[in-house]
Design a protein around this ligand. Structure first.
Ligand code: GDP
Ligand code: ZN
Length: 450
């Protein structure tokens, strides 16, 4: 197994809870087990035991489970101590492990380090390791389901299948390269072209699915912009409905921004309810307005809310003129319930009543459409931006390979090289050739103890 120093951490969330878990992982923890309990533990059996300090003081009583390498989460020896879930008691149990494991060099684990070891010991690939974090972070049932599918390896299996097929094609090309007189016949002989076309098509469908997976994971950043009193807060509440709206830090004053996460079809929308945009002399308010413009610059989508009873308002025209040209803008007219006649929506416009619940389904559907969500196509797994980029990169190399195959002189070595590059891109998803920098970046976003 690995030659890394043993690591220890509290694996359960900070705060109070019924049960808390301290976890230790290391190449061989048998001596630590003896030190802690003055006895052997049967691997994978639950032992109800006193947890004691080195001084003999009783810290807690709970369940100890010892997993022998390689049959553990990390692939190393793992010891799990399940005690009472309070911060002080868990800290003391953790300290007792560090003290008892002094000679072994047991140290505190860094964020994601258990999972990193699982990855390094081939217990899971990189996409699966990422899915562990995504499962923990999942804020909707759909996202949790998607993360679980990735964790169980469905996504990796699709990537590996494409990789294997590229390798096979490459092998044929490389073999042919040794016999230059056969080059001309290569593409026909091995049906390289149809094979490449099939690969390209399967990769394209994987990309489409990954795109859905990314949307499910990252969602859409929507800025709710508009003049004061057009109904921005009312709309946010109406959209949130029964959904558990998670309000992320409400920084500063009420005139500052409020971010809420709502889910439509399981897709997270991070909605920023902004300070109303208008000319103002009030300094505090103008700060809020400056922030609003900053948020607007960063948005994936701007929902420009206007008052349906005040169409063609001069200030709204000014707001429209200032919106960043490349960001999609959805013009939504609120308070249509106050109109005598039905609201006549222009192209790209919607009429709603936040208070009357009119037009909200159409608005939800439109938000999903702009997010790129395809409600019909079920996304079986969660994906990251990183995966999508790698898949797209692989697709570009396959396309280049195809171009080389088209040329008259049929430069087979270039064809082979593009296949190699496509294969490398796919491998970066599952992490077979991944830089330490990227690994550091991925695992540092984990929580400690995972
Ligand atoms: P904000 O300043 O843009 O956030 O606007 P609010 O959500 O605070 O709403 C301003 C006022 O408009 C409140 O009195 C709301 O009750 C009212 N309002 C919001 N939506 C509607 C609507 O759809 N119809 C009507 N008639 N009034 C609304
Ligand atoms: Zn408001």
């Amino acid at each position: 197994m690995s030659a890394y120093a043993p690591i220890a951490a509290i694996a359960t969330a900070p705060g109070r809870g019924g049960v808390g878990v301290v976890r230790v992982s290391g190449a061989d923890l048998s001596s630590l087990v003896r030190r802690l309990f003055q006895r052997e533990l049967t691997p994978r059996h639950a032992h109800y035991l006193p947890f004691k300090a080195e001084t003999g003081e009783l810290l807690d009583e709970g369940i100890a489970i010892y997993f022998r390498a390689p049959h553990s989460y990390t692939g190393e020896d793992v010891l799990e101590l399940q005690g009472h879930g309070g911060p002080a008691v868990l800290r003391r149990v953790l300290e007792s492990c560090l003290t008892a494991g002094r000679d072994l060099g047991v140290r505190l684990a860094e964020p994601g380090e258990f999972t990193r070891r699982a990855f390094l010991n081939d217990r899971m690939d990189l996409a699966q390791a990422e899915a562990v974090a995504d499962l923990i972070d999942a804020s909707s049932v759909a996202a949790a389901r998607g993360a679980m599918a990735s964790l169980s390896g469905e996504f990796s299996a699709r990537v590996n299948d494409l990789s294997d097929r590229i390798i096979h094609l490459r092998m044929l090309v490389e073999a042919t390269l040794d016999f230059p007189e056969e080059e001309i016949d290569f593409l026909e002989k091995y049906q390289a072209r149809p094979t490449l076309d099939a690969l390209t098509a399967d990769l394209a469908s994987l990309i489409a699915q990954a795109r859905q997976g990314v949307i499910l994971r990252e969602g859409l950043h929507v800025v709710l912009a508009g003049q004061p009193n057009v109904g921005k807060s009312s709309l946010l509440n109406a959209l949130a409905g029964d959904d558990i709206a998670i309000v992320t830090p409400i920084a500063g004053t009420t005139r500052d921004k409020v971010v809420q996460e709502i889910h439509i079809d399981g897709v997270p929308l991070h909605i920023v309810d902004t300070a109303g945009l208008r000319d103002t002399e009030d300094t505090v308010e103008s700060i809020g307005i400056a922030r609003t413009w900053q948020e607007i610059e960063r948005a994936d989508l701007i929902l420009h809310l206007q008052d349906a009873t005040q169409p063609g308002d001069e200030l709204d025209a000014q707001i429209t003129a200032r919106l960043p040209p490349r960001t999609p803008v959805l013009k939504v007219f609120n308070k249509v319930d106050l109109l005598a006649a039905a609201f006549a929506a222009g192209p790209g416009e919607l009429g709603i009543s936040a208070k009357g619940g009119i037009g909200l389904d159409a608005l939800r559907a439109e938000l999903l459409r702009i997010a790129g969500w395809n409600p019909g196509a079920e996304s079986p797994w969660l994906a990251r931006e990183r995966h999508l980029r790698a898949l797209q990169d692989a697709a570009e190399h396959l396309a280049l390979a195809g171009e080389h195959a088209e040329q008259d002189d049929r430069v087979l070595d270039l064809f082979a090289e593009e296949l190699r590059l496509a294969h490398d891109s796919l491998s970066s998803i599952t992490g077979k050739f991944t830089s330490d920098d990227l690994l550091g970046e991925i695992f540092s976003s984990f929580c400690i103890g995972k």
